[in-house]
Ligand binder design. Sequence first.
Ligand SMILES: NC(=O)c1ccc[n+]([C@@H]2O[C@H](COP(=O)([O-])OP(=O)(O)OC[C@H]3O[C@@H](n4cnc5c(N)ncnc54)[C@H](OP(=O)(O)O)[C@@H]3O)[C@@H](O)[C@H]2O)c1
Length: 252
Amino acid sequence: MGTISYGLEGKVVVVTGGSRGIGLEIAKELVREKAKVVICGRKKDNLDAACTMLGSGAVSCQAHIAREDEVENMFKAVLDAHSRIDVLINNVGMNLMTPSIPDTDFTLWQKILETNLNGTYLCSRAASRIMRQQKAGAIVNVSSVAGRKASPAMGIYGIAKAGVEMLTKVMASELAQYNVRVNAVAPGMVRTDFSKPFWSNPDLLAHIVKAVPMGRIAEPIEVVHPVLFLASDASSFMTGQTILVDGGATAI
Ligand SMILES: NC(=O)c1ccc[n+]([C@@H]2O[C@H](COP(=O)([O-])OP(=O)(O)OC[C@H]3O[C@@H](n4cnc5c(N)ncnc54)[C@H](OP(=O)(O)O)[C@@H]3O)[C@@H](O)[C@H]2O)c1
């Protein structure tokens, strides 16, 4: 894609779920930009492997984003190390195939809401308290087109992502006065482990891409650039917005 620069050199950036998939690609670009990157995830092995790949520009913090104490400790550690947080990228998300709502088990509902919505809330709350004091900051949430369209077997996930989009708007309206911007990116299907059960099946993939005017799914790097745009001063008059990165799927 060539070398694009977002002016994030020296910025302290927290990327949740930065050990794999889209989050790792975001972290790689941030390291290339010479940002000070902190990635988080639940599994130490994944974090260690990612840090080895990322080199000295990134450090990791093991944390489950839906556990309040672990999130608070992570942001305290970042603040202790860097004295500020410029950007939070709420990238963590998870899904499990779910039945229709009448057949849903409450435990499944809670599990999906917990990581996708509660976790995004906890990280956003912790970061925004710091950014509000700094009178500067940007938060970028990774949502999904599933938050816009009722997608088969992804109902609860979509409900959680719709919540993430509203969290984006609410926080944008509350924090604009403190010079803190909050935006989101909503991808269609992206080639990562998360969506592998869909794209690795040729018949299913052919069915999925039929609904995409561009006729294919996204590569992770194609989500990274809109995220970094929203994290940077290039989007300085944008807040409360969600950019759809879906090859035109929601345009038709
Ligand atoms: N891939 C797609 O097709 C697609 C489409 C639309 C939207 N999205 C969204 O894009 C984002 C990234 O997805 P991806 O495809 O890159 O996912 P992925 O490949 O499954 O990676 C998820 C990352 O999040 C971490 N993680 C998961 N649960 C966590 C938790 N509770 N606390 C802390 N870290 C956690 C994982 O590390 P550990 O497992 O070690 O914790 C990993 O680093 C998600 O928000 C997803 O909803 C993806």
